[in-house]
Design a binder for this molecule. Structure first.
Ligand code: DGL
Length: 269
């Protein structure tokens, strides 16, 4: 990844909506001195049910918007984008782009990858992106994947504990548990908020991987390698293409803090 940015330039992060703030949360913890510009395409969420072509088109618009801030690097926090469109985006844009698939794969150690489970949106699972990268890195391992489309609306409703999410999780995850998976990659922005429900269902012996944490590490390494780490005081500015109705509660759930400024933006402007 080449870069002509400066230390003080912001980091751009985008997602289909506000779910990507779970990734921002990890970046803020690891790199508190960085300025982050976040764009969430909340007017067009979900991406995870859309075709590859539409996901690619939306992602290009998201990146064009972030580039207007002279960002030094972009993080595609959306797994549906990262799994369906990252190669094309990297070809199209000169700016370095970090996706979520490599971090998820990197987080697995050789010991914990005998039988790997992967969950995500329909778009992510149908792309087989995790499967391909896992096979590239670890060779002939067993991979079991499942789309869990109801997890996104559950989390957006704030329904992240109790019988209902647990029953739904059981129904999605039982086929993976029956295969004796030893690790499970949470391949979607929203799933870290269901971590304890998922843990209850899969049991303690399954290692749960949250790629957002690893993406923050990868981003830090990129900044260090390219001499781009800022040393001032960091901040976060959030831009959304719609302000969702339940937005104040949801944003804090995802981000773990009240964001400083939120601005509505129309991508066609
Ligand atoms: N952000 C999406 C992802 O990580 C989940 C929500 C959606 O379907 O757009 O895949």
């Amino acid at each position: 990844m080449q870069n002509q940015g400066h230390k003080k330039d912001p980091i751009g992060v985008f997602d289909s909506g506000i779910g990507g703030l779970t990734v921002v949360r990890e970046i803020r913890k690891r790199l508190p001195e960085e300025t982050i510009i976040y764009f969430g395409d909340s007017a067009r969420v979900p991406y995870g049910t859309k075709s590859k072509e539409t996901i690619l088109r939306f992602a290009k618009e998201d990146i064009n918007f972030l580039q207007s801030f002279k960002v030094k690097v972009i993080v595609s926090a959306c797994f549906s984008v990262s799994s369906n469109a990252l190669d094309e985006l990297k070809k199209e844009f000169a700016i370095p782009i970090i996706g979520m698939i490599d971090p998820g794969v990197n987080a697995l150690s050789n010991e914990s990858c005998g039988k790997v489970g992967v969950i995500g949106t329909n778009a992510t699972i149908e792309s087989d992106a995790f499967k391909k990268k896992l096979k590239d890195k670890f060779g002939d391992i067993d991979i079991y994947s499942a789309a869990c489309p109801l997890f996104v609306p559950l989390v957006e409703e704030g329904w992240t504990e109790g019988d209902v999410p647990e029953l739904i999780a059981e129904s999605y995850l039982t086929p993976l548990i029956e295969e004796d998976i030893d690790s499970l990659i949470l391949g979607c922005t929203h799933y870290p908020l269901l971590n304890s429900v998922i843990k209850n269902v899969v049991g303690d012996y399954v290692t749960i991987i949250e790629p957002g944490k690893e993406a923050a590490k990868l981003l830090e390494k990129f900044l260090i390698d390219n001499n781009l780490r800022n040393n001032g005081k960091g901040s976060l500015k959030v831009y959304l293409s719609d302000i969702p109705r339940n937005f104040e509660r949801t944003v804090v759930n995802f981000l773990g803090e009240v964001p400083g400024g939120i601005q509505l933006v129309n991508l066609k402007d």
